[in-house]
Design a protein around this ligand. Sequence first.
Ligand code: PNW
Length: 439
Amino acid sequence: MKHARADFPKDFLFGVATSSYQIEGHGFGGAGRTQWDDFAATPGNVKNAENGAVAVDHYHRYPEDLDLVAAAGFDCYRFSTSWARVMPDGKTVNPEGLDFYDRLTDAMLERGIKPCATLYHWELPSPILDMGGWRNRDIAGWFADYTQALMGRIGDRMYSVAPINEPWCVAWLSHFMGYHAPGLRDIRATARAMHHVLLAHGRAIEVMRGLGMDNLGAVFNFEWADPADDSAEAAEKAALYDAIYNRWFLGGVFKGAYPEKVLEGLGPHMPDRWQDDMALISQPVDWCGLNYYTRKLIGPDGGPWPGVKEVEGPLPKTLMGWEIYPEGLYNFLTRTAREYTGDLPLIVTENGLASPDVVKNGKVDDPQRIAYLDAHLDKVRQAIAEGVPLKGYYIWSLLDNYEWACGYEQRFGLVHVDFETLERRPKASYHALAEKLRR
Ligand code: PNW
């Protein structure tokens, strides 16, 4: 790796991220069924119909995994907690679930790792989905109760907390595009989910303030949109893509307002009196997290609203087929600070890639990952040099894991996992980072 800890401000935090359903293993320890178990069981939704029942068995192997976080010299561990483990029916507490997150928290602290929690990384309890899931306004109250139960137990030891991982994925990807659970393609469901997910964010922040917690934030996934050609149509479509993907959620949380051009399409389907919720949604938070992977090229042609069509870009791609475009990270860091968050601390809460691992003589080489991280860290340094209040950079992910609709095919880890034996083996990128991060 080109960059070392010494190249960053003294208090800059390096971290590594995971999520509960992608690593823990599910369906035991009193945990309930989730929408991803249901979604994966329907053929065609997930590669090989794979699910997170075993994942990488982090539930039992977390001491070894946290040892890896600590040994690399990471300051922070961004993990998520499973609603369905804490409340199997979405409403009733499972003491075993609370005990697990209590142990996990203490295991981080014992190793000098800062616990950075996310309360929802997509494993909705199935009984909540049966009641409408994100389409039902009541979800915000149920989510607040879950927040209270869990943070009442571990909140005193959290370094930072964000309620929701990637509201765009929760709402648009899952209710409009149908790529993620619950797999809907329905504009009315989408409009409701786009609003209720931020309402749940607001309610959870309110609950945690009530518990006296601070360092609370919001985590968004961003994709830079470039027009595919010089036409006015392509520019307009790229701007609409940007408004749906990025500006809806930033606007909601930091301005208390949604972009007009998205409301033109979603407006007729929005829940009644949604405007009354905007003060709760835009209450102050302490930091803003950005997950960044790629950009999209948007063509001039349309169809029915929103009529946004992605076209294939010319840049080198990762195994996911995502273009490698570090400039997009720079663009988001500078634009977010300039237009939305001002002096508020920003954190890159995810950045990384799926890349081919070359396993030879017991070693795992992943040169593409090292190059990708270096290229993005260049942009991180450039943004900091220009005054962006960026306070940390977390890599997705610690371990190869369950990559949602791609099943176990795509490997995002710094640590290779043999999915048969579940043996962990640090990749070359892990060793390279460890050498640069040790204090
Ligand atoms: C993020 N998209 O998800 C998530 O936070 C992780 O759980 C996930 O493993 C990681 O990125 C890599 O995919 C995304 O289709 C999943 O645009 C899909 C999209 C964006 C983000």
